[in-house]
Design a protein around this ligand. Structure first.
Ligand SMILES: [Zn+2]
Length: 96
């Protein structure tokens, strides 16, 4: 069975970077645990895999937050619903 969703724990930046480089057409959510909370759960921001915020010298939160990656936004939302009983996400600028 093909894996649909990959979860990279905080501190697992190298594996996350490998994933976004190998899946540039995919998507990921950044699960912030450092303050932004909606409904008692981490408020995840949705990004394209090639989001500029996570490249080069300008990377943000490489290691601070959990990253959940998938080839489709649909699969990410399904994962979020199973984990948090909500599929709400904040859209990054890279999705506009
Ligand atoms: Zn983004």
């Amino acid at each position: 069975m093909t894996q649909d969703v990959w979860v990279f724990e905080a501190g697992d930046a190298a594996a996350f970077i490998d994933w976004i480089h190998a899946n540039e057409a995919g998507y990921f959510v950044n699960l912030r645990t450092d303050g932004i909370v909606a409904g008692g759960r981490p408020s995840p921001m949705m990004h394209r895999a090639d989001c500029g915020h996570f490249k080069g010298e300008d990377h943000l939160n490489w290691t601070d937050n959990v990253k959940v990656c998938s080839g489709t936004q649909f699969m990410l939302r399904r994962w979020l619903r199973e984990e948090f009983d909500s599929e709400d996400t904040l859209p990054c600028d890279c999705l506009r």
